[in-house]
Design a protein around this ligand. Sequence first.
Ligand code: S3P
Length: 427
Amino acid sequence: MIINGYGKKLIGEVKVPGDKSISHRSIIIGSLAEGNTVVENILMSEDTIRTIQCFQNMGVNIEKGNGTINIKGVGLFGLNKPKSILDCGNSGTTMRLLSGVLIGQKFSTTLIGDESLMNRPMKRIIIPLSKMGGNIGGREDEYPPLEIKPTDDVLQGISYELPVASAQVKSSILLATLYSQGITKIIENKTTRDHTERMLNYFGCNVFNRDREIVMDSNCKLFGKKVYVPGDISSAAFFMVAGTLMEGSNIIIKDIGLNPTRTGIITILNEMGADIKISSERLLNNEPVGNIEVKYSNLKGIQIRGDIVGSLIDEIPIIAVAAALAKGKTIIKNVEELKYKESNRIKAMVTELKKMGAKVEELSDGMIIEGVDFLRPAKLYSYDDHRIAMALSVAALKAQGDSYIDKHQCVNISYPNFYETLFNLIA
Ligand code: S3P
């Protein structure tokens, strides 16, 4: 993909696809509910299609319409043994959340994924799910394939302090709690996205927060609902940064999820000097939604570390692009988890931004970026990681000439029409 946006701006109104995290959860929770669930504005991308296929493989009737799916929920105990191994593709969310469901079933399952997913850490779910009494194992006790087998005894709720800040691990435990006896308490020292808690409550369960503890009573039933999936703030982030960096830009990104566990990108960009405003805020199926207005602005470097990191973990690659063109130094710390995403996102961004003449230093848990006045066009590599491809595309828009993004098709993981939408906004 060749990109050159030099001297151009972004103008107009844009809608981005439905939130990936909420889409996965609506498929999972809708399948386990009693009665029908209709999900509007669902993200149809490679990752969410994997989750749909896994549940179809276990006998759930899921019909796809235009941006909508209809799920005939089978209830907590209505899944069938899958006809084949469950292939989660590139999707860590599918594998980790599904494991929490499969641990409570009366049949065995095997979960696999693509080359990237087969090398991502799974001990983080194996440990708590085993503590609940589940039977789950992986290659070298750490990696997929995951083998999950039924147990004679009923699972037990646990009290568990999360060793890594991970919404996928938290969600896996909460879903396993649906198949357990007693109460589960999860201690979370760093806040992570709470879409699972919100959706379980919306479908009829009782999950609540007490200080740093998330408490769930296993005694609950899920009932089918109508869900509208808000636009994905992680996808909107690419336009927020592009609009901020491209002189003369003025855009409105409509109907975006504004869950406070996800809005760190807005806080940080505004702290850097961006002109980003929120309008038309409202609550839809327990999730805050609103419009995001972005105008061109000059940025300055800042420090990003501590608790806010959980609310912008997927946005670090695009924040690195903003920092590369900000005035002064940006220090990003406490993001070691980025090494274990679809690619090593610290290394990927440091390597590729350097090719463009950015001043970036790699740290063991982050990076230091000294802003420059302009970026050079370059041949850039996506590492087959959707968020790296989109972040580098925004960087390429600001370079003085043609840049080339190798393996750009991986944007299909979370945002199939990314390039079409971006090019339509360029004026
Ligand atoms: C996700 C949680 C985060 C995030 C991922 C989606 C989720 O991962 O990076 O893109 O939907 O729960 P971790 O839980 O590994 O931090």
